[in-house]
Design a protein around this ligand. Structure first.
Ligand code: NAP
Length: 283
């Protein structure tokens, strides 16, 4: 029985990853959350995992850890401290982002990756594009799309190769449990690169009313944010504009043996399953 700690188990990649690991069998899945009582995933043992409170973290006998990078300035140090407390033979899979070499401030994303590479543990780094789940997550675009019929986004005319977080999870599951992933950096994307107007058109079909892409300035897009969050968002949108998230890779298919999900299929799924999270108020 392998013991795997999934940090961020309530998040977009954490949920499908935990489900895949449970389904695979032979894995004890520890689901890390700062509010473990809200974790309700069959077969997952909720554990308290709070970046601000290292006491009591489940580190004993952990064979592999899935690390969702906290998007805060001290992430590199927090990650380094966490890994120091893990057994030396723990395999670490870090969720980073596309072409992290360019992500500031001060090469922040690269420093977070270096904390993993230099930890003395074996590692795999996942560098995904933007997640399709930003369209079904109320913390991102869901309500704007479903209720207001708008996709306000500063793209500068560039495209994004949206990826289904379930495809990231499928790669993560292999990287956590299978041989052949140590020391590898997996740049992950969905199967196609879509402009924002085309993305809005597909969203419109899924919600059953028109959705219009509204091109914003980056300043407008980050209005209301300040400090590190603002700096990170500005840099992210500049990287969108520079086409960093447009590239399509074949890594999901190479690792999992099946093609990644298209945005159209993802939206179909999201609008017809569970509570229909994409369906807003009728227009
Ligand atoms: N989103 C993207 O498109 C994208 C693209 C590339 C890379 N990334 C990277 O991926 C990482 C995760 O980002 P994310 O935006 O996708 O976040 P996420 O994994 O969906 O959520 C992160 C954490 O937010 C907390 N949380 C608070 N309220 C929540 C709620 N209502 N539902 C679920 N979780 C909630 C949870 O931690 P607790 O359980 O402890 O509260 C959760 O683990 C970040 O490092 C980000 O930079 C994201």
């Amino acid at each position: 029985m392998k013991r795997v700690l999934v940090t961020g188990v309530r998040g977009k990649t954490g949920v499908p990853l935990a489900e895949l690991l449970v389904a695979r069998g032979g894995v004890e899945v520890l689901g890390g959350s700062s509010t473990p009582d809200t974790v309700a995933l069959d077969g997952v043992h909720p554990v308290r995992f709070d970046w601000d409170d290292p006491a009591g973290r489940p580190t004993d006998g952990v064979d592999a850890v899935y690390l969702v990078r906290p998007d805060r300035p001290d992430a590199p140090e927090l990650i380094g401290d966490l890994l120091e407390g893990l057994p030396l033979d723990t395999h670490v899979v870090l969720l980073s982002e596309r072409d992290a070499d360019q992500v500031g401030p001060d090469g922040w994303a690269l420093r977070a990756e270096r904390a993993v590479r230099g930890s003395g543990r074996s590692w795999t780094i996942l560098r995904p594009s933007w997640f399709m789940q930003v369209f079904t997550d109320p913390r991102f675009y869901r309500d704007l799309v479903a209720d207001a019929g708008e996709l306000p986004f500063p793209s500068g005319g560039s495209s994004i190769a949206w990826i289904d977080a379930r495809d990231i999870a499928a790669v993560a599951a292999r990287a956590l449990l299978d041989d052949g992933h140590a020391g590898r950096v997996h740049e992950l994307s969905g199967p196609e690169s879509l402009t924002l107007p085309r993305t809005a058109e597909l969203l419109g079909r899924a919600v059953g009313h028109p959705v219009v892409h509204r091109e914003l300035t980056i300043d407008d897009a980050v209005a209301g944010q300040d400090g590190f969050d603002r700096e990170l968002s500005v840099l992210t949108f500049e990287r969108v504009r520079d086409g960093v998230f447009a590239g399509v890779t074949d890594v999901v298919e190479r690792v999992t043996g099946r093609a990644p999900q298209t945005l159209e299929a993802f939206l179909d799924d999201a609008s017809t399953h569970s509570s229909g999270p994409l369906r807003g108020e009728p227009h």
